[in-house]
Design a protein around this ligand. Structure first.
Ligand SMILES: *[C@@H]1O[C@H](CO)[C@@H](O)[C@H](O)[C@H]1NC(C)=O
Ligand SMILES: *[C@@H]1O[C@H](CO)[C@@H](O)[C@H](O)[C@H]1NC(C)=O
Ligand SMILES: CC(=O)N[C@H]1CO[C@H](CO)[C@@H](O)[C@@H]1O
Length: 205
């Protein structure tokens, strides 16, 4: 996942790690297996994310998943002639190692401690606690605990006669993230900004 924090807290290396794993790694594995998949008239199932449709938080994770989405149409069309079917799965928030709150909060605190004083002044000393409390509440509302929802999509994509090109897993993805991702930018910003933690003094420093 990489650290998720406001963009002005991050360095290029914070972005590079999730992009290397989620996008470059996925492309590399696909390229290496493509000859065998073509021979077998097999299937490709990529795990993207609702974070590949709507960038809800800062950091490299959403750009990496937008990258995965960006490849999907061309590969599907390129592989059609070979009888290879391509599917993309977009899970919402699931309770897995990826969404380990303790780790996410720790990573953010480490970054916070290394920030220049001017930036800390802009956000305010209490920012990180307020923001963590808010995110904890949202996580409790939205997080799916039934991982089989995502696994069932994978199973269908791999074993059904007519796999879909796109699967959405989790109620939050179905009723919130994916519909919101199809709405005009002004509405997306209105809804997402309402849930942002306020800065103490953006003009400080
Ligand atoms: C792609 O995978 C191969 C081995 O499977 C590895 O040697 C190579 O470094 C990888 N390339 C990138 C850009 O990750
Ligand atoms: C799966 O990933 C490969 C490599 O990035 C990409 O070419 C392909 O389009 C992706 N498919 C989907 C459905 O996202
Ligand atoms: C970004 C992108 O190209 N997304 C496409 C991925 O594939 C689905 C399913 O076919 C399309 O609906 C998206 O437009």
């Amino acid at each position: 996942m990489g650290p998720s924090a406001p963009t002005d807290w991050l360095t290029i290396e914070h972005f590079r790690a999730p992009i290397e794993v989620n996008l470059i790694g996925l492309i590399n594995v696909t390229l290496h297996l493509l000859p065998l998949v073509k021979m077998a008239r097999g299937r490709l199932v990529n795990i993207s994310s609702t974070g590949g449709r709507l960038a809800v938080w800062g950091g490299g994770y959403c750009p990496s998943k937008f990258g995965v989405e960006g490849f999907n149409d061309s590969l599907r069309r390129d592989m059609k002639a070979f009888g290879v079917k391509v599917s993309c799965i977009e899970p919402g928030l699931f309770k897995t190692g990826l969404s380990n709150r303790k780790k996410i909060i720790q990573e953010r605190e480490t970054i916070w401690k290394q920030l220049p004083p001017a930036i800390r002044k802009q956000y305010g000393e209490g920012y990180i606690q307020k923001d963590a409390a808010k995110k904890e509440k949202l996580t409790q509302i939205f997080q799916n605990t039934d991982l089989s929802l995502a696994v069932k999509c994978m199973e269908h994509a791999l074993t059904s006669i007519h796999p879909h090109s796109r699967y959405t897993a989790g109620w939050d993805a179905k009723v919130l993230w994916i519909p919101l991702s199809n709405m005009p930018t002004a509405i997306q910003d209105f809804i997402l900004l309402r849930n942002k933690t306020e800065l103490a003094d953006p003009t400080a420093g």
